[in-house]
Design a binder for this molecule. Structure first.
Ligand SMILES: *Cc1c(COP(=O)(O)O)cnc(C)c1O
Length: 296
């Protein structure tokens, strides 16, 4: 499999008419260019767990997820590249037919272990797994090390050039990392892609170096919930591509960009603001859309 290529990460202009009209300079940090399979932010969240495995001579990364988890898929791919073993503890009984995500994870060498939803809630690891040989990674890469890895996303940008940094949120690990790395004076904002997730703020705060900070989170851009979409979102993603040449995905970055444009239209950002949007990757999610839905 192709190696990770941090040299391909670029910062590209986002010249939407609404940004020009509101006197905003907007750019996008293209983590989607890091790797064709591993969604950019997933690799950043995994990097220090991979390093820990190497440093401690452990041969296996073990993590948790559902049948459609990008994190499971990314962990399998990252371990394949780094010649580590991977174990995915999967929520629910083994289905007769595996999801595409799990099939690919297995093809990349991941050992899949299915546990009941009750056991999954407690994150119970089957007794025959030699956990002493494993580095254990939280669900979705959530955790202190995940946030520390996500903070290094900003090594690829000159922070002095921005007033606001905006990213999509699932577990909030990426936003926590970004807040931990951002000097006072730059605002970090997160766009949650889940519906009704009031625990998100405390989840982020638990990973902050300065937990007295209050994360700025927008909860109203979920388009129906996780991995849900509307024709308006798809239309926006196509228009966005038309103006920028940048592909986005309907689970995360499409919602992020829609939110940035909607907030700009409502004068949320003072004129003269300089925004950096994080393109966290995830484009393989678009494969589930009918052909012709997207123009890219
Ligand atoms: C997983 C993922 C996220 C969410 O990151 P969290 O750290 O869980 O908030 C955002 N964007 C993409 C493309 C992802 O794959």
């Amino acid at each position: 499999m192709q190696d990770i290529n941090p040299g391909a990460i670029s910062i590209d202009p986002v010249p939407l008419p609404v940004f020009t009209e509101k006197e905003l300079a907007v750019s996008m940090l293209r983590l989607d260019r890091l790797h064709p399979v591993i969604s950019g932010n997933k690799w950043f969240k995994l990097r220090f767990y991979l390093e820990e495995a190497r440093a401690q001579g452990k041969k296996t990364l073990l993590t948790f997820g559902g049948a459609w988890s990008n994190h499971i898929h990314a962990t399998a791919a990252a371990c394949r590249i780094q010649q580590l073993n991977s174990i995915g503890i999967i929520r629910g009984e083994e289905p007769a037919e595996l999801s595409a995500t799990l099939l690919q994870a297995r093809e990349m060498g991941m050992q899949l272990r299915f546990i009941s939803r009750e056991q999954y809630r407690e994150k119970i690891i089957p007794g025959d797994i030699a956990i002493a040989d494993c580095v254990i990674v939280g669900e979705g890469g959530y955790g202190i090390k995940g946030a520390a890895g996500a903070a290094t996303i900003l090594d690829h940008a000159n922070l002095a050039a921005y007033t606001h940094i905006c990213c999509a949120m699932g577990t909030g690990t990426m936003l926590a990392g970004i807040m931990n790395r951002t000097p006072a004076g730059i605002r970090s904002l997160g766009i949650s892609v889940l519906k009704n997730n009031p625990a998100l703020s405390s989840q982020v705060k638990a990973l902050l170096l300065h937990p007295e900070q209050d994360p700025v989170i927008f909860h109203e851009f979920h388009f129906g919930g996780y991995a849900k979409k509307t024709p308006e979102l798809i239309q926006f993603m196509n228009d966005f591509y038309g103006h920028t040449g940048i592909p986005t995905d309907f689970v995360y970055t499409g919602k992020l960009c829609f939110a940035a444009a909607a907030l700009a239209a409502k004068n949320y950002f003072p004129p003269g603001s300089k925004l950096l949007l994080i393109h966290s990757g995830g484009l393989q999610g678009n494969r589930s859309l009918d052909k012709g839905t997207l123009i890219f």
